[in-house]
Design a binder for this molecule. Structure first.
Ligand code: CDP
Ligand code: MG
Length: 138
């Protein structure tokens, strides 16, 4: 079933010039880019994005990190896009991430794990509404 999901390339990924590599992998897989922008994310947006983690020890740190530099926001569409993208990005802790995944190939630390991707279709719908209020392009 066709789904649309959100991918963020976090500030560390942008700084390390991984925009092309990550986008290439997504396109190579056969998934379609239906939204794409480079932006400095406003704090309110990032806090809403990570609302599920409010109150956890890492909440402030992850919000500060997302606001520390430009991010790329992408809407990605295709068959089972939510799960396909999560698997391609790899486990949250890069030490556990499978080689061949983005985190498994390019990251070593949980607080600089390069990408965000929606965890399930409901989260994807909420996150796409936050990051692409203008809608997607297809
Ligand atoms: O990003 P993902 O959905 O894989 O993980 P999450 O559990 O939703 O956590 C969101 C983000 O918070 C992670 O990607 C990490 O950047 C950060 N985090 C952290 O720094 N330390 C943790 N113990 C858990 C998450
Ligand atoms: Mg998550």
């Amino acid at each position: 079933m066709s789904e649309t999901t959100l991918v963020l390339i976090k500030p560390g990924g942008v700084k390390r010039n991984l925009i092309g590599e990550i986008t290439r992998r997504i396109e190579q897989r056969g998934l379609n880019v239906v939204g794409l922008k480079l932006m400095r994310a406003p704090r309110e947006l990032v806090e809403a994005h990570y609302a599920e983690h409010q109150g956890k020890g890492f909440f402030e740190d992850v919000v500060n990190y997302l606001c520390s530099g430009p991010v790329v926001a992408m809407a990605i569409q295709g068959p089972n896009a939510v799960k396909a993208i999560r698997t391609m990005m790899g486990a949250t802790n890069p030490i556990e991430a499978t080689p061949g995944s983005v985190r498994g190939d390019f990251a070593l630390s949980i607080d600089d794990n390069l990408t965000h991707s929606s965890s399930d279709p409901e989260a994807a719908a909420n996150e796409l509404a936050l990051w692409f209020p203008e809608g997607i392009v297809s």
